[in-house]
Design a protein around this ligand. Sequence first.
Ligand SMILES: NC(=O)c1ccc[n+]([C@@H]2O[C@H](COP(=O)([O-])OP(=O)(O)OC[C@H]3O[C@@H](n4cnc5c(N)ncnc54)[C@H](O)[C@@H]3O)[C@@H](O)[C@H]2O)c1
Length: 332
Amino acid sequence: MAKDPVRVLVTGAAGQIGYALVPMIARGVMLGADQPVILHMLDIPPAAEALNGVKMELVDAAFPLLKGVVATTDAVEACTGVNVAVMVGGFPRKEGMERKDVMSKNVSIYKSQASALEKHAAPNCKVLVVANPANTNALILKEFAPSIPEKNITCLTRLDHNRALGQISERLSVQVSDVKNVIIWGNHSSSQYPDVNHATVATPAGDKPVRELVADDAWLNSEFISTVQQRGAAIIKARKLSSALSAASSACDHIRDWVLGTPEGTFVSMGVYSDGSYNVPAGLIYSFPVTCKNGEWSIVQGLPIDEFSRKKLDLTAEELSEEKALAYSCLT
Ligand SMILES: NC(=O)c1ccc[n+]([C@@H]2O[C@H](COP(=O)([O-])OP(=O)(O)OC[C@H]3O[C@@H](n4cnc5c(N)ncnc54)[C@H](O)[C@@H]3O)[C@@H](O)[C@H]2O)c1
């Protein structure tokens, strides 16, 4: 019997990530090839015409799984009945703007969209925040949607995770699908810590540690880390636009694994509400290694953290605490 459609909200759907993301969702990349979907697309009034153009293209693409499209500039209409919400819309930093001004714009967007979701989304709606500052936008959304369980509010660091897998695969000339269990700790910013200490590569002789195969700690502890941290900037330099197809694809990976589960023995990185695991301050949205089962994530516990890593985990937590304070100062 055919499954009931799942309603998926994409905010900022007329933007460049939105344009890459909605066809992936409509093709089953996010929720599975047998899962019908109804897309809810939200953008702001100046983008209404472009949003309607995206809707026209979705109709023209005749996706068999796509059972309906809502394209609107009304947050309440967009949020009504949604089971999954991918929050891509936000206010970008423009030349000459202070950090606080950008934060203040995003705080007000996430505050009002949090209440629209809280009041109108389906029960147990899963939320993924993509728009930057992703961790702090997710935290504001959590604060202003108190009836949405905190475990349902996450932010995207899977793109950074996938970038780390990609760098290891290139360095070792192995298939990216054979590399697993890298970790992104902390903020989706250049303070993040891409960690390969628990990562492995599948070889004909079994799984081998990445550190052993790379056999170059100097590279792993410096260039590898900064390449992953700075990859977003490198894409902007090359494309004159920020990453879009990889962000969209990673957003699909994030939701797919959350809903359908991670493979046995594999963990992925998700920005989630910290419970104090690994001595990360509770009350931040921080990227951890997680496994997912039955639609719920749990933080992988008990991984040994060496001194080098400890400093990096703390540094990115400090940045998130500062962002949190800045965001709260915008509320008063
Ligand atoms: N977490 C990640 O890994 C990651 C990766 C890449 C980009 N990003 C972030 O994702 C966001 C989107 O990137 P993009 O390249 O698609 O940007 P974009 O400027 O092309 O699109 C953003 C869209 O959001 C819309 N928007 C603005 N305010 C809105 C609101 N209040 N409600 C609904 N829509 C609104 C804009 O009109 C625009 O159509 C940016 O904040 C970017 O920094 C995050």
